[in-house]
Design a protein around this ligand. Structure first.
Ligand code: G
Ligand code: MN
Length: 266
């Protein structure tokens, strides 16, 4: 029976994951981020596992195990390098701004190679229209003010943008905002799903937009699944959307072949 790649309950050990990394089975999938005119303006890069027996597995099916075995940093680094090569080749005709964001786990955010890895990614892509963004989770980002300032300044100096992913459902670290370097706030889908039925969530999202805008960040609503949610989000001041209403995460070949018709700058 075919498993749901989001929720499958496979168990993987260190060796399974290590072998998968060595064989290059982890590959970037791209979920488009849509602007208010319906054009693709960015993409979130998801680490997917092209498993030889189980098919394509999305991150929720293995990410915790990968983090617990300490292999997530290696897998993320390998995927960043692969992403850069794909954009160098397929993204070379892009001639209007487009942002790509890749999740960095708390461990990777503290890893010595982070800045160099992203710098190499930018250098390999070699296209001024492609903005590279680090997606930081709320959870585990227990950074103090000093660490935020140091890290964010370093990243800004090298042209890397910063986003907070899954905002609103974990342990928000507001030092991240106070540094004034957050370019993007991605509202978690758990909040988005409530807006059609619950006025308090509409109020909440409108305040998140106000708050984020005050710190110079654009807002992306994640997990948008219905037209009504999209309309409601527009009224609340959200201008960027990601979710199954538009596209699921796509493998590179499909993503790049559609990008040519969906993005204004090609
Ligand atoms: O937390 P993060 O933003 O990294 O979430 C990415 C995960 O959410 C992916 O596994 C992706 O497939 C899933 N996802 C993306 N859009 C939607 C959506 O509209 N609805 C649901 N239920 N899941 C989504
Ligand atoms: Mn996300």
């Amino acid at each position: 029976m075919k498993q749901n790649p989001e929720t499958s309950s496979f168990t993987f050990n260190h060796e399974d994951l290590q072998v998968g990394i060595e064989r290059g089975e982890f590959e970037p999938h791209y979920q488009p981020i849509i602007n208010s005119s319906g054009r693709w303006q960015g993409a979130e890069i998801l680490l997917c596992w092209n498993h030889p027996r189980h098919g394509v597995l999305l991150p929720p099916a293995f990410l915790d195990m990968m983090e617990n075995t300490g292999l997530l940093v290696d897998a993320t680094r390998a995927m960043l390098a692969r992403t850069a090569l794909q954009w160098r080749y397929f993204g070379r005709k892009l001639c209007a701004p487009f942002f790509i964001s890749l999740n960095a786990s708390p461990m990777y955010l503290k890893h010595a190679s982070l800045e160099d890895d992203y710098c190499n990614c930018i250098a390999t892509i070699d296209n001024q229209h492609v903005e590279v963004m680090v997606d930081m989770p709320e959870y585990g980002a227990d950074f103090d003010a000093r660490y935020c300032v140091t890290l964010f300044n370093q990243l800004e100096d090298t042209g890397i943008l910063l986003a907070i992913d899954d905002f609103g459902v974990e342990d928000a670290c507001l030092h991240q905002f106070a540094c004034g370097k957050i370019s993007c706030v991605k509202i978690d889908r758990a909040l988005v799903t409530e807006i059609e039925i619950n006025q308090s969530y509409r109020q909440l999202i409108s305040k998140v937009v106000e708050f984020s805008t005050a710190f110079g960040a654009r807002v992306v609503a994640e997990g948008v699944e219905t037209t009504r949610q999209r309309q409601c989000l527009c009224k609340l001041g959200v201008h960027f959307f990601q979710g199954y209403l538009f596209e699921k995460p796509l493998p590179a070949d499909e993503f790049f072949s559609r990008l040519s018709t969906r993005h204004a700058g090609l």
